[in-house]
Design a protein around this ligand. Structure first.
Ligand SMILES: *Cc1c(COP(=O)(O)O)cnc(C)c1O
Length: 401
């Protein structure tokens, strides 16, 4: 290197240059009120820092069994085939698709936002002949449309629907649709990524055949695992397959043997992530599912009262309690609002997607993030940024104080 007096000096220069990259990473402490991830309690993060065990260590196998039992409680199911797939919520989506669909099968896919659209793509990649039920973003799927299409496509093998459409905040009722789907002889697949642990998800009660979720939304665990559960009807469908599951990694016919009594190695489990999930599930069960659902409801209503008090309007008619999608106020740059929330207050919220790009704000109140403290904080920050007042007063009134 010309200009340097010696190799030693050049070496010192290079090590100074790389120092920033080899130092520990110190992320800022945020308040995560976006569409996921949500805030992770210290207890869950600490669980991840425990010593890594081998994936066949008896202690780890015991932890897997405990985790499955807890997942059954949270999914409200007795389904034997209940486990956590390696990967985020989308891995759960692909798992149900690749295991339940064979090339040429007819599938009905409901689309009212990003995640129904994604499911259609996934189904098509499995070779399904997809028939879509589409309604405008922000709306829910009406039972009449479901009945109509089931009649038109009597050969439909699977029917997919998003319980909590995170891209629009729409909350989809499922009970009547479940009845229609079963009467038509199809399997009901439900995306519960933004509802599990925050809204009622009654896998057995509603007759859901395959359900998947993610760890980083209402379970308040870091992203990385995808809880899934399959009914005996779904299991029978898998056992009757004529073709191999197209994905080696997500093939439940093999993964079942690792989570089951055989303990056959398939792929190395994300050990420390499972510690985190177990801890997060313990927190759900300690709080009690019903109390947790009530907390999400209470904080949503207070946030709603506050947002409406400053003139902000909700997008969906039937809103989730875990995700609040509102129209960006007239004449306000929504990106600038999000930027100020993050930089001045450390609060992350989400932007609009698809037809709502640049036109919506999405405030998640998921898991640990759903708290009275966060509701008041985000409302006060919005009052300041938008130059309006009354939101925190309305929220306080909604809490009954
Ligand atoms: C977040 C989300 C997903 C995808 O989950 P990832 O963890 O991002 O892979 C799927 N469906 C819904 C409804 C979601 O909110």
């Amino acid at each position: 290197m010309p200009g340097f007096p010696s190799r030693a000096a050049a070496g010192l220069f290079m090590s100074l240059l790389y120092m920033n990259q080899t130092n520990t990473f110190h992320p800022s402490q945020r308040v995560l009120l976006g569409p996921g991830p949500s805030d992770v309690p210290a207890r869950v993060l600490q669980a991840m820092a425990a010593p890594t065990l081998g994936h066949l260590d008896p202690e780890y196998l015991k932890l897997m069994d405990e985790t499955r039992a807890m997942l059954r409680s949270v999914f409200r199911t007795e389904n034997e085939l209940t486990l956590a797939m390696s990967g985020t919520g989308s891995a759960g989506m692909e798992t149900v698709a690749v295991n339940l669909v064979e090339p040429g099968d007819a599938a009905i896919v409901c689309i009212n936002g990003v995640f129904g659209t994604r499911m259609k793509d996934v189904m098509e990649r499995c070779g399904a002949r997809v028939h879509a039920i589409e309604v405008p973003w922000g709306e829910t799927i009406p039972a009449e449309k479901v009945a109509e299409l089931l009649k038109a496509v009597p050969e439909a093998k699977v029917f997919t629907i998003v319980h909590a459409e995170t891209s629009t905040g729409a909350h989809q009722p499922l009970e009547e649709i479940s009845r229609l789907v079963h009467d038509a002889g199809a399997l009901l697949i439900v995306d519960a990524v933004t509802s599990l642990g925050g809204l009622p998800v009654e896998v057995d009660g509603w007759g859901v055949d395959a359900c998947f979720s993610g760890t980083q939304k209402c379970l308040s665990c870091p992203p990385g695992l995808s809880p899934v559960t399959f009914s005996s009807r779904a299991l029978a469908r898998m056992d009757a397959r004529k073709t191999k599951v197209q994905s080696w990694y997500l093939d439940l016919s093999m993964i079942r043997n690792y989570w089951g009594a055989d303990r056959l190695y398939h792929h190395t489990a994300p050990i420390n992530m499972t510690y985190a999930l177990r801890e997060a599930l313990a927190m759900v069960l300690e709080e009690g599912l019903e109390n947790r659902i009530a907390r999400h409801c209470r904080n949503h209503l207070a946030l709603r009262a506050g947002l409406e008090a400053i003139g902000l309007k909700f997008i969906p008619q039937h809103s989730l309690t875990t995700l609040n999608a509102i129209h960006a106020p007239e004449g306000v740059d929504e990106a600038a609002v999000r930027h100020r929330l993050l930089h001045d207050y450390g609060i992350e919220i989400g932007a609009g997607l698809g037809p709502f790009k640049g036109k919506a704000l999405r405030i998640g109140l998921m898991g640990s993030s759903s708290s009275r403290r966060n509701v008041t904080l985000v409302l006060a920050a919005l009052e300041e940024i938008l130059g309006r007042s009354g939101a925190t007063t309305a929220a306080a009134a909604a809490y009954g104080s």
